[in-house]
Ligand binder design. Structure first.
Ligand code: SF4
Ligand code: SF4
Length: 74
């Protein structure tokens, strides 16, 4: 499952998430979304730590973070 989900057509391409990602794994796409902005996308999912800073920064609430559930030890 992807760690960071950007709701593409909600994104206004402000670039805040790209700027603040400490792992530099976000970028703005070359193509436009349905409302005429270049949406953010996670181009390097391997580096993402699911820290959620990008989701906290997004003024549009367009980013959702998926974290793996920790397995319980016996
Ligand atoms: S969750 Fe953290 S590491 Fe992953 S894309 Fe967002 S800001 Fe970057
Ligand atoms: S902070 Fe939100 S609106 Fe701005 S580029 Fe990132 S996903 Fe899009």
């Amino acid at each position: 499952m992807e760690k960071v989900h950007v709701e593409v057509n909600r994104c206004k391409g402000c670039g805040l998430c790209v700027e603040f990602c400490p792992r530099h794994c976000l970028e703005l796409a070359a193509e436009l979304n349905a409302i005429g902005y270049h949406p953010a996308r996670n181009h390097d999912a391997e580096k993402c730590t699911s820290c959620a800073l990008c989701a906290d920064m997004c003024p549009e609430g367009a980013i959702t973070i998926h974290r793996k559930k920790r397995s319980k030890s016996a």
